[in-house]
Design a binder for this molecule. Structure first.
Ligand code: GRF
Length: 205
């Protein structure tokens, strides 16, 4: 049986689209059950509609308390029996202990730098301004920290020839679209075991 996933996205949703495309091509063994967004204007919603994927909008104005907001998300995840929660450009830090504990090591995020370098927002700009020649992509488990959970997968991207932060973003995004569906697919085919900060993979199928 495919891994059931929920994608959480706040904006453009190009990583969401990359996962959709990979699932359709049979390259990612996952069933996308629902898109959850905190932003009623998110472009990701149109992508879900086009693909007949259910979506749910959880609005900050209705749930101003962080804990209650996250627990509203948890209710949706529970309802859809989600195996894996995929954050793809989701712009809020998950705060609810209940959500993080229930879905421990089953929530992943993609970050556009080689963590622990350049956590937080505008990682591509941070890398460009710092002048690093190599940056990249990190997929990691989500815990209560900011971009600090155990690292699952990393890929380096040479940004030495980029002349602006947006060029860096573009170059890294190409890698993101390749990497994220691959990691989701690995979830379906095996188990990630977290030992302290190190993540070990056991393939089971
Ligand atoms: C990506 O760069 C991702 O790494 C970061 O937010 C961006 C989301 O882009 N977390 P998109 O919404 O998937 O196009």
């Amino acid at each position: 049986m495919s891994t059931t996933i929920a994608v959480l996205a706040s904006g453009r949703g190009s990583n969401f689209q990359a996962i959709i495309n990979a699932v359709k091509k049979g390259e990612c063994d996952a069933e996308i059950k629902v898109l959850i967004t905190d932003n009623p204007e998110a472009k990701a919603i149109a992508r879900a509609e086009k693909e007949n994927i259910l979506f749910r909008v959880v609005e900050k104005s209705k749930f101003p308390e962080r804990e209650t907001f996250d627990n509203e998300i948890k209710k949706i995840l529970d309802r859809f029996s989600i195996d894996l929660v995929v954050l793809a450009g989701y712009m809020r830090v998950l705060k609810s202990g209940e959500l993080l504990e229930t879905y421990k090591n089953r929530i992943i995020n993609i970050h556009p730098s080689l963590l622990p370098s350049f956590p937080g927002v505008a990682a591509q700009r941070q890398a460009f301004e710092y002048g690093v020649r190599i940056s990249g992509v990190t997929v990691h488990f989500v815990d209560q920290s900011l971009d600090g959970g155990p690292i699952i997968h990393q890929e380096a991207v040479d940004i030495s020839d980029c002349s602006s932060p947006s060029e860096v973003s573009e170059k890294i995004l190409e890698a993101e679209h390749r990497v994220y569906p691959m990691v989701v697919d690995s979830f379906s085919k095996g188990r990630y075991i977290v030992e302290k900060r190190r993540v070990r993979y056991i393939r089971t199928s």
